[in-house]
Design a protein around this ligand. Structure first.
Ligand code: NAP
Length: 225
């Protein structure tokens, strides 16, 4: 996300041109496209969970190109399903949970941003939700009009990065003091929205999904790390 700020062209190539090529290929071969996007397409002063039809207001190169990637996919392949998700982590790759486990083992204190509010998403839960959606579509259990468009998915609940870090350390018994800091004290190249909680009513109603809490997601993930 931060690298996108200094390499706008590459971010555009991946997030917009890449999306366009996928949509063209899917359209040509008449196959479905499910595209993952981000909560960072939103930014507003109000503190109510975002709904899929809320006005977007992307603030970073990453978020702007992700939004354009959504739009190009929908234009070329109108049956595309877009899932906007947030704060994704898993036992694989680089992510906040793994970074906290590493830093927590190395340091006595850490300052973590407490004025950005959102919801962590355990990638395994997102993957399971997507598989359930596809299965229900295949089985003909989903109304036609519900099989396209934008959906939100994150785990249930709300927290700050500071809350999330503390929960990771408590769960693992890591003795590292976490101090709450502000976004100003931790400047990053890409601007993050202060509030990016997603309203998940649409995906729950249209696909009958039950969504675990972020605490359950963290517990399951830590069992695998
Ligand atoms: N992370 C978040 O908090 C978050 C939040 C909202 C939405 N999203 C969205 O979720 C998606 C995945 O993000 P992520 O954070 O999981 O990213 P990530 O950890 O960097 O994983 C990206 C994946 O894409 C693969 N990849 C990257 N460049 C590629 C290329 N040129 N050709 C083929 N594969 C390539 C990587 O392969 P390798 O493993 O081989 O490198 C990796 O498996 C993105 O669409 C992102 O916008 C992420």
């Amino acid at each position: 996300m931060d690298k996108a700020e200094s390499n706008e062209e590459l971010a555009y190539t991946v997030n917009v041109t890449g999306s366009k090529h996928l949509a063209q290929a899917c359209s040509l071969h008449e196959v479905g496209l499910l595209h993952i996007s981000t909560d960072y397409v939103y930014n507003s002063q109000s503190e109510r969970p975002f709904r899929e039809d809320d006005t977007t207001n992307p603030q970073s190169v990453y978020a702007k190109t992700k939004l354009e990637g959504e739009q190009v996919a929908q234009m070329i392949h109108p049956s595309t399903i877009i899932i906007r998700t947030s704060w994704v982590y898993s036992s694989f790759g680089h992510n906040f949970v793994k970074t906290m486990l590493r830093l927590g083992a190395e340091r006595d204190t850490l300052g973590i941003v407490a004025d950005q509010i959102g919801t962590p998403t355990y990638a395994r839960h997102l993957a399971a939700a997507i598989l359930e959606m596809l299965h229900k579509m295949e089985e003909g259990e989903i109304a036609d009009g519900h099989m396209r468009g934008i959906y939100h998915y994150s785990n249930e609940g709300v927290c700050s990065w500071y809350d999330f870090a503390k929960a990771i350390f408590v769960a693992r018994g890591i003795d590292c003091q976490v101090n709450d800091i502000t976004t100003d004290q931790y400047p990053t190249p890409a601007q993050r929205p202060p509030y990016s909680v997603l309203d998940k009513s649409k995906i729950k109603e249209n696909f009958g999904l039950k969504i675990p809490s972020w605490e359950e997601g963290l517990k399951e993930c830590l069992e695998l790390i």
